[in-house]
Design a protein. Structure first.
Length: 496
């Protein structure tokens, strides 16, 4: 133990932990990048980019730094800039978790939000525009060479040192900006040529597995919303493309959103490791490798901590009030209870309380669509995306009022494999006049998207349509449907 001269000296040298309960019969390990002082692997890159800019003279004392980030890079830069005395502006899509923007602001950064439908590329465009307008230093994390170099100099060698004299068959990680992928891949090719790099990728956004090139402008055609923040933006970054060109990637494994969420929860409840959704995705891919090769030795890179996902689906089933079991525990002894007086004290009054352009419709898609929306057994059909927040909002409303419905996830791997995903989206665009999802049909007739459906619930139109389709709408509870909208939409920031 010794005294560091500043917080940035504590970045790196993160621990490797064996996951004994998740893989009791196999060699599954995790490198905990949450042990960095800013809570994520992005601390390494943030410091490297700032130091490289200082050395080159691109960043002057007191100059404002600007960067686009879904959160972890922004938090890391906020920490480094606070320690080095640079003002920071982070450009962030409004759809990303509220905790992240609050952490950045707490560290002194300014956070400029961009509309959700512009996706990751919209954030990057705004950061570029702000840098050009004000003369700020733009980090360019997706193409900055310091991003990959820091992982080649430090993260990769740390992995090699941890497994010195031991087998290490696979390292599993996500692509993200491509910096850790490219840097670790280069280092291990030199230091551990026996170790192979496996990239985990959202199964509904197969930008790498699909093999289609990145367009010169706009989003990649295979991008769909997914819950793995920081992984797979709506474009293929320079470092990621270079890692593929340099043949650093042995295999690409698809991971579903459900698997990623389950992996994160298992890390917490079975290993005591608080980690994010991308960490759960890495572990899910690692377990799949062990299923295929039980004697393998697998290291998963866990990019961040779980606390910055409190407002995301990862914590949807985690309540802040006591549940029935906790109330029973409370009542199992007489003291300090909400529902009984405490001797010598007053009685407590508390109680439990993004879209492809339309194309000509092909006949298979038309037949599939007509069969779905005109099925009398399921008159309510919602065309959705599995990880679109407005699709979640619609599901929550329908489930809360007990409305039976069929959800057709247009980014489901089965539809994509059948070649129906894009034709169905094009058909929906033509039929509804709207390029967005979700879209709801009742009894074969179009009702509208998420907000239109909520307005129809308030006005009684939804109940009338449902009743006409032969379903019972008589027992629906009275509620404000907007409570199911994403929190960032409920609390949209306004211009002063």
């Amino acid at each position: 133990m010794f005294i560091h001269s500043g917080i940035t000296e504590t970045i790196g040298r993160t621990p490797v932990v064996r996951l004994r309960r998740l893989a009791p019969g196999g060699g599954l390990y995790a490198k905990l990048e949450s042990a960095n002082p800013g809570g994520s692997v992005k601390d390494r890159m943030a410091l490297a980019m700032i130091e490289a800019a200082e050395r080159s003279g691109a960043l002057r004392p007191g100059q404002t730094v600007v960067e686009a980030s879904s959160g972890n890079t922004g938090i890391a830069l906020a920490m480094v800039c606070a320690a080095r005395g640079y003002p920071l502006v982070v450009v962030m899509g409004e759809q990303f978790s509220v905790e992240r923007r609050r952490l950045m602001r707490f560290l002194g950064a300014r956070v400029v939000l961009t509309p959700a439908h512009l996706k990751g590329s919209g954030m990057v465009d705004k950061a570029r525009e702000l840098a050009e307008t004000h003369g700020w230093f733009w980090c360019r994390q997706f193409e900055n060479q310091a991003n990959a170099e820091v992982h080649e100099r430090h993260t990769g060698p740390e992995i090699a040192a941890a497994f010195a004299g031991r087998r290490l068959d696979y390292v599993v990680l996500g692509a993200g900006t491509g910096g850790s992928l490219r840097g670790i891949g280069r280092a291990l090719r030199r230091l551990r040529p026996d170790t192979r790099i496996v990239v985990a990728e959202p199964d509904n956004a197969p930008l790498l597995a699909g093999g289609r090139p990145q367009p010169s402008q706009g989003s990649h055609p295979d991008f769909r919303p997914h819950p793995m923040q920081g992984w797979t933006p709506d474009f293929i970054p320079l470092h990621t493309a270079a890692a593929l060109t340099e043949d650093l990637v042995y295999r690409i494994l698809p991971v579903s959103g459900e698997q990623a969420l389950a992996g994160s929860r298992d890390l917490a409840r079975r290993e005591g490791i608080l980690a994010g959704i991308t960490a759960g995705a890495s572990v899910a891919a690692g377990l799949r490798l062990l299923d295929e090769q039980p004697d393998a030795e697998v290291l998963c890179l866990l990019p961040d901590t779980g606390e910055r996902y409190l407002s995301m689906p990862l914590f949807d089933d985690i309540g802040q009030d006591m549940d029935a079991e906790e109330w029973a525990i409370s009542r199992s002894s007489p003291g300090a209870r909400f529902d009984a007086p405490t001797p010598g004290a007053a009685t407590s009054a508390a109680a439990a309380a993004a879209t492809p352009a339309p194309t000509p419709v092909d006949e298979p898609a038309l037949r599939w669509f007509e069969a779905a929306v005109r099925d009398p057994r399921q008159p309510v059909v919602a065309f959705t995306l599995a990880w679109c927040e407005f699709s979640w909002s619609l599901r929550k409303l329908f489930e809360h009022i007990g409305l039976p419905y069929r959800a057709v996830d247009l980014d489901a791997p089965a539809l994509r494999q059948a070649g129906l995903d894009l034709p169905l989206r094009a058909l929906l665009h033509i039929r509804t006049g709207q390029p967005t999802l979700p879209q709801v049909f009742i009894g074969g007739q179009h009702l509208g998207g998420c907000t239109e459906t909520m307005a129809a619930f308030r006005s009684g139109e939804l109940a009338r349509r449902v009743t006409a389709a032969g379903l019972d709408a008589g027992a629906w509870p009275a509620l404000e449907p907007e409570q199911f909208l994403p929190r960032w939409r409920q609390r949209r920031e306004t211009v002063a």
